[in-house]
Design a protein around this ligand. Structure first.
Ligand SMILES: Cc1ncc(COP(=O)(O)O)c(C=O)c1O
Ligand SMILES: N[C@@H](CCCC[NH3+])C(=O)O
Length: 417
């Protein structure tokens, strides 16, 4: 966002809010394209593929934009499978991650012919074997390794430590490779890792990659051909001043160094890095209020629209659209209208004084914003727009009340179970 003009890619936020209302997610198409191209360029020369983590932002228009740039998808549910396929992503370019894949989801993925499963337990191997045998097909799978590395990120989004539910230790993985014949409808020929999200230091990534590389060498020495190493996602972004996020070149260099000599395919599963900074949540000030101890800025967006600050105490820059010239500075607690004290976007945030009706942009909201939204407090899901070259496309219409309650039924038909 250009803070002085209040525009995104030539679209004035004031006009946008007048036409589409608030809260409104606004995404920049060029910013997303710029990121995916930068990553692609950084990985050039490697036999590497991008598998965008759909969970970060699964809007179909965004998936299409990324697919047009050659990205595949990393999915974690049957719903994400359908999103990826509907966006035109080739099934072969889809990898299926997650600790709790159900039989129905595995069957749907096999029916679609997805490229690879990232397997996290023996029970999952057994389930894929059973379902693939019933279908008479072969599933391709990587084993997700838990490298027991501290990713130095928020505990709730750290996934590669021994106490986390994700992945398996190399000892267990080794036993699976050695005993792979017991799963004849599975081709077990890859390794996978994902140590956490919003990683600002590449050091844990390097450490985990080195452990993966050592394990790949060990497996190959034992006669197991490894065709794919998936290094997961996790690349962090700069949410606030002072944070320095790794860039694509540094990330790619870490991968090149650790996996030097690997002759198979390398997969990366970034989510946040591709879309977070390309998006903002546009919201209107409902009112300003002096509480007993704090001054509150109450917005028309709440924790149901953007959960990250409530869930992780995450920082998002908050900007008054129209600027701050000539306005006194105020330390606001910036809150939403939801009936929870946790519905707080920022505490004691130094901002220009805002008036009711002003527009405020919450930045860095392109990832894990709309995709984690809910209708809590019976608040409809926000609309989403994609902007480019002074124009915008409505890529999700604001949910209306009827749509919000469409699946509810009066209790007038009782059945015995
Ligand atoms: C298996 C897997 N891959 C990729 C991602 C994407 O993570 P990020 O958005 O941090 O890049 C996640 C989420 O953390 C994940 O669980
Ligand atoms: N939802 C988290 C990231 C979790 C990543 C999921 N594997 C966030 O907003 O930061």
């Amino acid at each position: 966002m250009d803070a002085t003009t209040g525009t995104v890619d030539g679209v004035a936020l004031v006009a946008l809010a007048a036409r589409e209302g608030t809260p409104l997610y606004v995404y920049s198409a060029p910013a997303i394209r710029g990121r995916v191209r930068a990553l692609r360029d950084a990985l050039a020369g490697l036999d590497a593929g991008i598998r965008y983590a759909v969970k970060a932002n699964g809007n179909g228009a965004i998936l299409q934009l990324l697919a047009a740039e050659g990205a595949g998808a990393d999915i974690v549910s049957g719903g994400e499978l359908q999103r990826a396929l509907r966006a035109g992503i080739a099934a072969a370019d889809i990898v299926f991650s997650g600790v709790g894949k159900t039989d129905v989801e595995i069957d749907a993925a096999l029916a679609a012919g997805i490229g690879r499963f990232n397997v996290e337990s023996r029970a999952e191997l057994d389930a894929i074997q059973r379902i693939a045998a019933a279908r008479g097909c072969t599933a391709v799978a990587s084993v997700r390794i838990n490298p027991d590395v501290d990713a130095l990120t928020h505990a709730k989004i750290s996934t590669g430590k021994a106490e986390n539910k994700f992945g398996v230790p190399t000892d267990e993985a080794r036993a699976w490779f050695d005993g792979a014949a017991q799963w004849p409808n599975l081709r077990l020929d890859g390794l996978h890792m994902h140590i956490g999200s919003q990683l600002l230091s590449l050091q844990p990534v390097r450490e985990a990659l080195q452990r993966m590389a050592a394990f790949w060498r060990e497996l190959e020495a034992a006669g197991h051909a490894i065709a794919s190493i998936d290094v997961g996602g996790g690349l962090g972004v700069r949410y606030r001043d002072g944070e320095v996020a790794p860039d694509a070149a540094e990330y790619a260099a870490a991968i090149r160094e650790a996996l030097a000599g690997f002759g198979g395919r390398i997969l990366v599963e970034p989510g946040r890095w591709l879309v977070a900074e390309a998006g903002l949540l546009l919201t209107r000030v409902v009112l300003e209020k002096q509480g007993r101890a704090r001054r509150f800025l109450v917005l028309d967006a709440g924790m149901n629209d953007l959960l990250r600050p409530s869930l992780y105490e995450a920082w998002h820059d908050i900007v008054r659209v129209g600027g701050d010239v000539g306005r006194e500075r105020v330390a606001y607690d910036v809150v939403g209208p939801v009936c929870e004290t946790g519905d707080t976007f920022a505490r004691q945030r130094d901002m220009p004084r805002c008036d009711a009706g002003d527009l405020v942009a919450i930045l860095g909201a392109g990832a894990y914003g709309a995709s984690m939204a809910s209708t809590y407090n019976s608040r409809p899901l926000a609309a989403e727009v994609l902007v480019e070259d002074g124009r915008y496309a409505l890529i999700r219409k604001r949910q209306d009340f009827d749509a919000m309650i469409a699946d509810e039924r009066p209790a007038n038909e009782w059945k015995s179970a």
